[in-house]
Design a binder for this molecule. Structure first.
Ligand SMILES: Nc1ncnc2c1ncn2[C@@H]1O[C@H](COP(=O)(O)OP(=O)(O)OP(=O)(O)O)[C@@H](O)[C@H]1O
Ligand SMILES: C[C@H](N)[C@@H](CCCCCC(=O)O)NC(=O)O
Length: 128
């Protein structure tokens, strides 16, 4: 995959699972990506299970990861019970501060908003 991403000059995000060993895994994967000349856009931290803020900070300290990799951490994705819940997905992405979202995440945001708007329209309709 790294070869394809490099050859096609795709902007690439590294998704890092929040767990013990993540720091060294991230450093290794970023180094590998740079060696392969992948165009890195940043890092997303992803919770594969419910995590507290403290756990996230301990397992994947953002400042340390950024300083070791020289690559921005763009956001933290929480554990999401129902991944079909577009409102929830959209609200997670929308809460990420001042980042230029890759096209597919902007698309998710628009879908989430549309979904929400449709939900509202339905409940108004039902209440008439
Ligand atoms: N933020 C999250 N919240 C809830 N479940 C998650 C989350 N991230 C991943 N998962 C779950 O973890 C599993 C693995 O996720 P996913 O397929 O995205 O990982 P992957 O790294 O692409 O796996 P592989 O490389 O083996 O294909 C899936 O069942 C998915 O539902
Ligand atoms: C910075 C810490 N010394 C380090 C400890 C990792 C232990 C990993 C054990 C394992 O992967 O089985 N954490 C980390 O790389 O995320």
């Amino acid at each position: 995959m790294a070869d394809l991403a490099a050859q096609w000059r795709l902007k690439t995000l590294l998704v890092v699972p929040v767990k013990l060993g993540s720091i060294s895994q991230t450093v290794a994967n970023i180094a590998l990506a740079e060696q392969k000349k992948v165009n890195l856009g940043g890092i997303i931290l992803n919770c594969l299970e419910p995590r507290t803020e403290t756990e996230i900070e301990q397992l994947t300290p953002i400042d340390l990861i950024q300083s070791l990799t020289n690559c921005p951490v763009l956001g933290v994705f929480p554990f999401i019970e129902d991944r079909r819940d577009l409102d929830k997905l959209a609200s997670v992405v929308a809460s990420w501060p001042e980042i230029k979202l890759p096209a597919h995440l902007n698309c998710l945001l628009r879908r989430g908003k549309r979904h929400k708007a449709q939900g509202k329209a339905d409940s108004q309709h039902l209440s008439i």
